[in-house]
Design a protein around this ligand. Structure first.
Ligand code: NAP
Length: 252
């Protein structure tokens, strides 16, 4: 585990309208942080910005953008740095669940999930890694998923997008941790958000506010990887350790 490094005072949120991101930003607003908020729905984004200001944010700017448009990332990120006067923490939160059955029939559907969850995050983190490496400080926190720990028949396209992201973040961390930059991989289990609203809720579901507290605890604690809530670490340890000859016959 790394040492705590960054007080999150100037926060860049990518996918700021996500329920998990919003819950995290609310906690930071209460501490007086300032925000550069990026999301594709301008109306929802403006509502998040106004809410954060009401809760104590010392400043909040909204930038409407579809994050699948990777060519626009460098200018957008440079604008965020200029507006906030530097970034302490970048939270990458956007993502789509996709439709597994459709992705099995049609590669184009699988590609959309991979572009949003993996390639757009790779593009953002590539720029952010170079920015923070030059600064020799800061935090890149990326919301991945426990689904990336092992492919399952019910959601392996989404799982692959997050698994690829995990490996990419491992590599970025191995490169820039030594420059003083925290690279945090966040692995939530089931969270009650719009993304999972169609699923039957059960005892494993967490609320966004609970996940947000684990995210901020991990940033403050200088962690590399956080399961949120933490019991998912043990569930996924079991899931990962099942031999393939048994696992491949299970309905997961
Ligand atoms: N909920 C869970 O059970 C769960 C579990 C593990 C990991 N996660 C991860 O947690 C993160 C946040 O999800 P959430 O649960 O908070 O769900 P959510 O409220 O549905 O948030 C997803 C966000 O991603 C945004 N988004 C999707 N594609 C985008 C694009 N191309 N450009 C810009 N924004 C885009 C959505 O914007 P719109 O509002 O405009 O659609 C939405 O704000 C995701 O990475 C997700 O994979 C969620």
């Amino acid at each position: 585990m790394s040492k705590p490094r960054t007080e999150p005072r100037r926060v860049l949120a990518l996918g700021a309208t996500s329920a998990i991101a919003e819950a995290t930003l609310r906690l930071l607003a209460e501490r007086g942080a300032s925000f550069y908020l990026v999301g594709r729905n301008a109306e929802k984004l403006a509502a998040v910005r106004d809410d954060l200001v009401t809760r104590g944010a010392s400043g909040a700017w909204a930038h409407a953008a579809d994050l699948d448009e990777t060519a626009a990332h460098p200018a957008m990120l440079a604008q965020a740095v200029a507006t906030l006067g530097g970034i302490d923490v970048a939270l990458v939160a956007h993502g789509v669940l996709g439709d597994q059955a459709e992705a099995e029939r049609d590669y184009a559907a699988a590609e959309r999930v991979l572009v949003t969850n993996f390639l757009s995050a790779v593009s953002l983190v590539t720029w952010l890694a170079n920015y923070f490496e030059a600064e020799k400080r800061g935090t890149i926190a990326v919301i991945s998923s426990v689904a990336g720990d092992r492919g399952r028949k019910s959601n392996y396209v989404y799982g692959a997008s997050k698994g690829g992201l995990n490996v990419f973040l491992d590599g970025v961390r191995n490169r820039i941790d030594r420059a003083g930059v925290q690279v945090l991989t966040i692995k939530p289990g089931f969270v009650a958000t719009p993304m999972t609203a169609h699923l039957q809720q059960n005892a494993l579901f967490a609320q966004p506010g609970e996940v947000a507290r684990h995210i901020l605890g991990a940033i403050g604690g200088g962690k590399d990887v956080v399961y949120a809530p933490p019991f998912w670490r043990w569930i996924m340890l079991v899931v990962r350790s099942l031999p393939e000859r048994i696992f491949k016959k299970m309905n997961l």
